[in-house]
Design a protein around this ligand. Structure first.
Ligand SMILES: Nc1ncnc2c1ncn2[C@@H]1O[C@H](COP(=O)(O)OP(=O)(O)OP(=O)(O)O)[C@@H](O)[C@H]1O
Ligand SMILES: [Mg+2]
Length: 239
C-alpha cells in the first residue's frame, strides 16, 4: 500500500528541552481512515501539524507521499480543518462564500469562480446539510452549523488527504453521527485518506479500521476493538 504519511522517530518541542512528542513512528497508507485520540495536551494537534508539514520535527523525519512534509509540492491536495477554526475579522461572509474559499485554496485561481468550482462548493454545502443556509452570513448560524460550514470548506477542495482536528466541537450528537457517515462515504466512495482527531471517537468508531492514541508517544495503534476496555473512556488516559 503506498503511504500518504510517514513519521519516523519524530520528537518535537515548541522550545528547547521541551518534549511534546517523543519517538513517534506512524505510517498511514493511502485510503486509510484513522481516528487519533488522546487526552488534552497529549500532542494530537502537534502531531497533525507535523504530518502536514506546518511544523518541522526537532528530531526524526516527516514525509507526505514520500516528500519531506514541509516541502510537499502538492499542497492543494491537502484538506485541513484546524482545531477552533474561525472566520477572520468581521467579514459578513456567507456559507457559500466561505465554502467557495476552499476552491480558491485548491486551485489558486484568480478572478471569478469557474462553474465547476461553484458546483463543487454547492455539493459540499449539500453534503453537510446546509443548503437552506447557503446564502446567510456564517456568523448568524449556530456554533455547530458554523463548524459544518468549515467542514464543507475543507471538502470543497477535493482533498486526497483530509485532516479534521476536533471537527465536532459544539456539534450535537446527531450531527456528529451524520458527519461520521459523511466521512465514511468520502472514504469508501472517493478513497480519501482521512485523519480524524478527537479526544472522543465514539461517532467514528464503527467506521475506522484504526485508532491511534497519542500521549506524548503513540500508546496504542490498532483496531478500536482491540483497545483495552479502560481506555474507551479517554479521560482515563491521563496526560
Ligand atoms: N504553540 C505552542 N507553543 C508552546 N507550547 C504549545 C503550543 N501548542 C501546544 N503546546 C503544548 O504542547 C502540548 C501538546 O499540545 P497539543 O495542542 O498538541 O495537544 P492536543 O492533544 O491537541 O490537546 P487538545 O485535546 O487540548 O486539543 C501541550 O502541553 C501544549 O501546552
Ligand atoms: Mg488539539
Amino acid at each position: 500500500m503506498p503511504l500518504a504519511v510517514e513519521l519516523e522517530s519524530v520528537s518535537f518541542g515548541y522550545r528547547p528541552g521541551q518534549r511534546v512528542l517523543e519517538g513517534v513512528d506512524l505510517k498511514l497508507g493511502e485510503g486509510e481512515f484513522v481516528a487519533v485520540a488522546g487526552p488534552n495536551g497529549g500532542g494530537k494537534t502537534t502531531l497533525v501539524r507535523i504530518l502536514l508539514g506546518l511544523e518541522r520535527p526537532s528530531e526524526g523525519r516527516a514525509l507526505l507521499y514520500g516528500e519531506p512534509a514541509h516541502r510537499f509540492s502538492r499542497r492543494r491536495t491537502l484538506g485541513y480543518l484546524a482545531q477552533r477554526s474561525e472566520l477572520g475579522g468581521d467579514a459578513p461572509a456567507t456559507v457559500r462564500e466561505v465554502v467557495s474559499a476552499g476552491r480558491l485554496a485548491a486551485g489558486g485561481l484568480i478572478g471569478p469562480l469557474r462553474r465547476r468550482d461553484r458546483e463543487l462548493a454547492a455539493e459540499a454545502i449539500a453534503r453537510v446539510g446546509l443548503e437552506e443556509y447557503a446564502d446567510l452570513p456564517v456568523r448568524t448560524l449556530s456554533g455547530g452549523m458554523q463548524q459544518r460550514a468549515f467542514i464543507a470548506k475543507a471538502l470543497a477542495g477535493e482533498p486526497s488527504l483530509l485532516v479534521l482536528d476536533e471537527p465536532t466541537t459544539g456539534v450535537d450528537v446527531e450531527s456528529q453521527d451524520s458527519l461520521a457517515a459523511l466521512l465514511d462515504g468520502l472514504h469508501s466512495d472517493l478513497g480519501v485518506t482521512i485523519v480524524y482527531v478527537s479526544h472522543e471517537f465514539g461517532a467514528v468508531e464503527r467506521f475506522v479500521q484504526r485508532l491511534v492514541l497519542v500521549r506524548r508517544s503513540i500508546v496504542f495503534d490498532g483496531p478500536p476493538s482491540d483497545l483495552p476496555g479502560v481506555w474507551h473512556d479517554p479521560s482515563h488516559v491521563h496526560a
